[in-house]
Each structure stands twice: as C-alpha cells, then as structure tokens.
Design a protein around this ligand. Structure first.
Ligand code: ADP
Length: 486
C-alpha cells in the first residue's frame, strides 16, 4: 500500500548513512506494514552495527566543522528544514498514518506541533550564551563557555514516529552537535522522509544519519560503546532505558531518557466535570492510548465518580474506529499483537480482582489489532492497570475520599512522567501541583507537550528535558576558563 503523496520522493526505501542513500550490504531488508490490515507499504534496509559505526565516524568527522559555523548559519538551515516540513506536512502525515495507524488529523498535528521544536531550537541556537563571573582572586575572571557535546546518538519509538525525531535532532544540530538516529523498526518511513527534507534544507552530509534495522541491540551496543559517541538520547520503555544507562555507563556518556509513565488523572469534586471528561478522553484515547504521557489511572472523588464514569463511557462509545486515512475516524488500531495482548492481560487481571467493564472490554469487530475503547470501574491499587503502563485504550476508574488519600495513591509508583488533575480551588491547585511526584503536571488540561515547555520525567521516567530553553542544555557542555594575569 503506497500512500498517494504529492511528492513521491518523500517515500524512501534506502537508509541515509554518512550522507549517502544506501542499501544494506547483502541487500537485507525489513518490510514496513500498515497496522490497519498488515498490508505491505515498503521495504527498508536492515542495517547492522558496521553501518552505525560508519555513520558515527562521519558524524564525528563533520561535527567540528558544523559547530564552527555561526549560530546564525545553523539557525538558517534549521529554519529551512522547518519550512520544508510544514510545506510537506500533508505527505508526512500520510506516511505517518500509513505506517503507524493513527488518524490522519492526529498525524498532521504531530508533524506540525513537533516541527515547532526545530523552529524553536533554530531560534535558541543564537542564544547559547556564556557567562562572565568575577574572579575569585585578584587579576582573574571566570569565563563560562557552552560548547556542543559532540556526536549524539538517538533511538526513537514507533508511537510518535515523526515528532520524537524532530524534538531530538532540532536541539542537537542547533547546539552544533551531529546525530545518528535509529528509528523504530515499525515506523522507519517517517524518519527517512525527515532525512530527505533535512538534506534538502542544507544539513551537511553526515551531520544526520538514519540507520534502519530490525535488530536494535547491536546498534544500541555500538552507540553505547563507540568512544566517538558523546551522548545518547532515547525515548522508549523504562527497561530499554535501564539497559542503555548500564551499557553507556562504562564510558560515562551523557544521557537523556524519556521513559515510561503511569500518569494519574485526578478529578476533584470541585472540578468542571465536562471539562474533566473531555480532558480524560483526549488524554486516554489519543493515539489509541499509546502515548507515554497518557492517563493510565483515573482517580475520581466519590461524590462525582458515578456521573464522571457515565460521561466518560458515553465519550468512549462515540469514538469512531477505523483506518486512519478515512474521514471522521478518531481512533486507529493498536500497533501490533503484543500491544493487544498487554491490554487483554490488564483487563483480565482487573476483572479477576473485582473490576467491572462499563463499556468496551473486547476486541473490535474491525478485527486485526483494533480494540474497543474501554472504561472500567471498581478498580483498586492492587491491579496491573494501576501499577503498570497499559499503553492501550483502557480507562480504569478508581474512586477516592480526600486529597491526602489520592496524592498517596498517585505517587505510589516508580514512574514520574506526567500527572493531571481537575480542580478549581486555588489553594488546592497549588498544594496538589506541588505534591504530585512527576516532571509535568497538567492542571485542568490534558495537553502538556509543546516546544516552549520542558518535557520530561522524574523518578524512573527519565533524565533530562526536551523543549524550552532547558532543552538545549543536554546537548551542551559547560567549559570554565580561568583568565588570570590581568
Ligand atoms: P516499545 O515496547 O514501545 O517498542 P522499546 O523501548 O522496546 O519500546 O523501543 C523503543 C526504541 O528502542 C525502538 O527504536 C527500539 O528498536 C529500541 N530498542 C529496543 N531495544 C533496544 C536495545 N537493546 N538497544 C537499542 N535500542 C533498542
């Protein structure tokens, strides 16, 4: 199934290694399929560690020259890349939906809102300011310089095949770093299309490579062990994040990790209930529940719990499942059978411990990996749905008595990416926002990510921040120069 693009050259079946479009030696390929029905879209090269090494060598060779360019030049190239992404947003969205399954409008939203990270960091490139500090001794000054960390390696997941790349490559190139990217095997086409546009925008050959592969581990090992790689930036599961941290530990590489979440979504009795229902629907069912910041556990205060559950159930049943490219479709399939199996496991576990299905609770008649949006009540803290990230359209509702109670339950997790709560009382808003253990808190909103805000987690949800003025810091080292003899 080849998507009907306005610019067919954006659908590429070669990888972009060290500035050259290449096949795998031996011609090995990976099929890329449409999760709607498993139809074949394209083949991409199945590369190995030696290809990653070649990309790293070139990234290392060109990095100094890239960093030497003026901030304004780097900024101009990034701005050109941003413009090309926006011009081609329809095609990029179509490629994304075809390989990932999310509704086209969501895909286009992903492309545009994440291209904004490139635009933002194109601007920030010009504001990598240093500092001058008075000397500690007579005749001295302390100069603080910020310099690029060097070659960066990025590993990205399939749930945001476009956006997870632009928010990593944007700040890296802006800072004067170069980057070798390994996208998820399920969704390499979005990454390659971005590389086509990067090349067109004037990103120098070798400053950005895309390594497509079916075997992540050897590439991960190369990234972690190659002394030319200074930093690894990863978005994905906490388990892989742990492994990368251990592997990269030997050479003390810089790390940014955006890992799993287990976001609590809390509705207090003073909340605007309809707004809370809207928010929970967007948070839970966007991308069929396959986002790291999506509501995993929904806590509702006793007096409003029944009304909330009914309204959420009505919303869930109003979602239209189908092929992402079809007009009016609001939820696509899950990415694969493994994702469906996890949803079913969490559902069964909850049922066996006293949970009840209000709506959904089964695979959709559409077949494949479609699952009906599901709302459950009678949920407790001992169930998998509250302990683990479900990553599927399952909304489990837990009732609570008071604020202290719900904060203790919300924080009872090793994760700390996002939290959400709906309330009006200002004192409560402050108290709860400060008490929740997560890197991001949405108060009366489910929408947290944008290029101007620092996105990231605490606890075992990760290290570092993406976006905002803080987002470039992970790609910079501080050098202090002691200037004496004045
Ligand atoms: P998911 O379960 O969502 O696929 P993963 O953390 O397994 O989450 O995958 C996220 C990204 O990490 C993907 O690009 C995947 O290929 C990659 N990945 C998985 N295992 C490794 C590994 N050992 N080394 C490097 N990358 C890996």
């Amino acid at each position: 199934r080849v998507p009907a693009l306005k610019d067919a050259s954006l659908l590429v079946s070669q990888a972009y290694v060290a500035g050259e479009w290449t096949d795998a030696s031996g011609g090995k390929t990976i099929p890329v399929t449409d999760p709607f029905d498993g139809a074949l879209i394209a083949h991409v090269p199945d590369l190995g560690a030696e290809d990653a090494r070649r990309a790293i060598d070139t990234a290392h060779a060109v990095q100094k020259e890239w960093a030497k360019r003026t901030a304004k030049e780097r900024s101009r190239i990034l701005k050109a890349w941003y413009d090309l992404i926006i011009e081609n947003a329809d095609d990029l969205a179509l490629i994304l939906t075809t390989e990932q399954g999310k509704p086209l409008a969501e895909a286009k939203g992903e492309v545009i809102s994440n291209a904004a990270y490139i635009e933002w960091f194109a601007e920030e490139a010009k504001r990598i300011d240093g500092d001058i500090i008075p000397g500690a001794n007579a005749g001295q000054r302390i100069l603080v310089l910020k310099q690029p960390v060097g070659v960066c390696a990025a590993i990205t997941p399939w749930n945001f095949p476009n956006g997870m790349i632009t928010r990593k490559v944007g700040p890296a190139l802006a800072a004067g770093c170069t980057m070798v990217l390994k996208p998820a095997a399920q969704t390499p086409l979005s990454a390659l299309a971005l590389a086509v546009l990067a090349e067109r925008a004037g990103v120098p050959k070798g400053a950005f490579s895309v390594i497509t592969t079916s075997e992540a581990k050897p590439i991960g090992e190369e990234f972690c062990r190659n002394p030319k790689v200074a930093k690894i930036t990863f978005t994905g599961s906490t388990n892989v994040g742990r492994w990368l941290m251990r592997e990269a530990g030997d050479s003390i590489k810089r790390l940014s990790l955006e890992l799993g979440g287990n976001a609590p979504f809390i509705v207090f009795d003073d909340a605007d209930l309809d707004a809370a229902v809207e928010g929970a629907t967007a948070s839970k069912f966007r991308n069929a529940g396959q986002t790291c910041v999506c509501a995993n556990r929904i806590y509702v205060q006793e007096s409003v719990a029944e009304a909330f559950a009914e309204k959420l159930a009505a919303k869930a049943t109003s979602l239209r499942l189908g092929r992402g490219t079809e007009e009016g479709v609001t939820m696509g399939p899950l990415i694969d059978d493994r994702a469906v199996a996890k949803m079913e496991d969490h559902l069964q576990d909850a049922l066996s411990k006293g949970g009840r299905v209000l709506v959904g609770g089964k695979r959709s008649d559409l077949g494949g990996t479609f699952f009906e949006p599901t709302v459950m009540t009678g949920i407790t803290q001992s169930m998998k749905v509250t302990k683990e990230e479900t990553f599927a359209p399952l909304a489990p509702i837990i009732t609570f008595k008071d604020e202290e109670d719900v904060i203790a339950m919300a924080n009872d997790t090793e994760f700390g990416l996002a939290s959400y709560f709906y309330a009006k009382d200002m004192a409560r808003v402050w108290r709860v926002a400060e008490a929740l253990e997560s890197g991001m808190v949405g108060v009366n909103t489910p929408a947290l990510a944008n290029e101007m805000a620092p996105f990231g987690g605490i606890k075992q949800s990760g290290l570092g921040r993406e976006g905002s003025k803080y987002g470039i810091e992970g790609f910079l080292e501080i050098k202090y120069v002691c200037l004496a003899g004045m």
